[in-house]
Design a protein around this ligand. Sequence first.
Ligand SMILES: Cc1ncc(COP(=O)(O)O)c(C=O)c1O
Length: 374
Amino acid sequence: MSEFLEGLHPDSLVVAAGRPERSTDASLNPDIVLSSTRHPGGEIGYGRFGNETWSALESAIEALEHGKTLIFPSGMSAINSIFSLLPIGSVVTASRNGYTGVMNILASMARNGQIEVRYVDVSNTEEVLAALPGSSLLWIESPTNPALEVADLPTLIAAAKGLGIGVAVDNTFATPLLQKPLDMGADFVMQSVTKYLAGHSDVLMGSVSTKDPELFNRLSDVRKFGGAIPGPFEAWLALRGLRTLSLRFERAQDNAMELAKRLTTHLAVDRVRYPGLENDPHHERAKKFMAGFGAVISIDVKGGAAAADKACESSKLVTYATSLGGVESLWERRHRWSSESPTIPTNLVRIAVGIENVEDLWIDIDQALRRSQE
Ligand SMILES: Cc1ncc(COP(=O)(O)O)c(C=O)c1O
């Protein structure tokens, strides 16, 4: 990382990091390098081993997460690259309420006899601490998707590291703007770059960052020989999106806070889950070490799954779709996916708040929720 970047704030880093060296007529932005094949004698050698456009995005994420970074073609491939480092028979302690893709892959690895999984409520510190002895890896998603539970990251990371256990944090919901798990001692931090970092719902990408050079080299080999490599164009698009991360995230968080407050008194809503609300069970903890509360809200819609579906189908500005982190607001009933965790209520609707005008969002959400009760 260039020296001058070191003192910059994250909202400057998203703009300034990952740019080519300055020289006469050099491009301001990285070029999209498409070659699979190269002349001999250089550091890259072949298209699966490295790429200048990947490196530009990697160095920008490195500046934000504070660890050397590798990008992958999706968040899931980034996650699988970490799991692939586990020796057969390893015990993994992981969120019970985590992202369904992770729940699926952990269950399938356990079924195949590769690992044993201890599922915990990551927001219940005592429960996690009790599960740790004998684990090889603590997998923490925080805030969790979609229940928005917040883990006590500093305590859990310190406890696991004290026992010599590896720690990986899925930082997708918080982004490096709100928390930096590597600085708290985690071994890995991963991002579904698809979400806030890229930010425009037009690219799938993942990243893993670590401060440990040996782990970095092992992961780099996983990518090189496993072959899960990102496309240069997608890397370029993701970096282009990252330039506005601070602005987008700030606006989306402001919108989320306002909508969460209004939703608490809505007649069609049984419960609002958002760590930014003062009476949310995770508020005090989040305030201690997060620089904000994120831009996802979950609500339990009165009237059960049918009413929740009706609400999602009745919105116009807010799109009924899965994903989050884009400029546009989305919502969905999570249990429309059969893979959703049984501990998530069937009437829970996850709202991925975007950067539209908050009054327009409220008018749309309010009318859709009213219709859900008809
Ligand atoms: C918290 C979290 N982690 C990981 C992923 C997987 O990322 P991707 O869809 O980029 O593979 C997602 C996707 O929704 C997610 O929400």
